[in-house]
Design a protein around this ligand. Structure first.
Ligand SMILES: N[C@@H](CCC(=O)N[C@@H](CS)C(=O)NCC(=O)O)C(=O)O
Length: 204
């Protein structure tokens, strides 16, 4: 199995963490995003969108981080994914990709990546994305009141998928202290050895 990734990518982090947690025998194939390797024909033949993560398992290519982690968990028979709770788990995964990733990703791009590329952050985009973060983090915080995990009473793929978006929360000064239930829940994820080994250098 070949896993195409970049260590700084939050979407890759959830896949890397699941690979580590499940002990999946995968070969890590580094895709140099700053050098534009994702847009070269060799990689576009794997993912025509020119994005990581991507997974190639024999004849099967799996794209989209959340689809990849479902594939890995199903294949391993892991309790991180359950048929019984699939609707609730999928709901959080869709929510993450539709709302949370945009808010956290935009702040990451404007405040961390642009300066590294020698570009000025667009403050209007930061303000808009932080407002979106507050809106959706509030929904997450309300859901986590009195709960340890997003779905059921144990950690699932939903937790890892959503948590990956908080990788740069501290480095980008997201207002995490306004959301105590999110902070408590994320602190538990940070205890996982697989979360610690996948911590990107850029996150400080
Ligand atoms: N929805 C996709 C998003 C993937 C994505 O945004 N990948 C970023 C890294 S986090 C990427 O490869 N960007 C390179 C580019 O856009 O050129 C997923 O969940 O896998």
């Amino acid at each position: 199995m070949k896993y195409y990734y970049h260590p700084g990518s939050p979407n890759c982090r959830k896949v890397s963490a699941v690979i580590e947690m499940l002990g999946v025998d995968a070969t890590y194939e580094f895709v140099d995003l700053p050098k534009g390797k994702q847009a070269q024909p060799g990689f576009l033949a794997i993912n025509p969108n020119g994005m990581v993560p991507a997974l190639v398992d024999g004849e099967t290519t799996v794209l989209e981080s959340n689809c990849i982690i479902i594939y890995l968990a199903e294949k391993a028979g892991s309790e991180l994914w359950s048929e019984e709770m699939r609707l609730e788990i999928l709901q959080w995964m869709f929510w993450e990709q539709s709302h949370f990733m945009y808010a956290t990703g935009m702040v990451f791009f404007q405040k961390l990546l642009k300066p590294l590329l020698g570009q000025e952050p667009d403050e209007a985009r930061v303000t808009e994305a932080v407002a979106k973060f507050r809106r959706h983090a509030q929904a997450l915080d309300d859901h986590l009141k009195g709960r340890e995990w997003l779905v059921g009473d144990a950690m699932t793929l939903a937790d890892l998928a959503v948590a990956a978006n908080l990788t740069y929360a501290e480095a980008t000064d997201l207002p995490m202290d306004e959301f105590p239930n999110v902070q408590r829940w994320y602190a538990a994820i940070e205890e996982l050895p697989a979360w610690q080994t996948t911590h990107p250098a850029l996150a400080g």
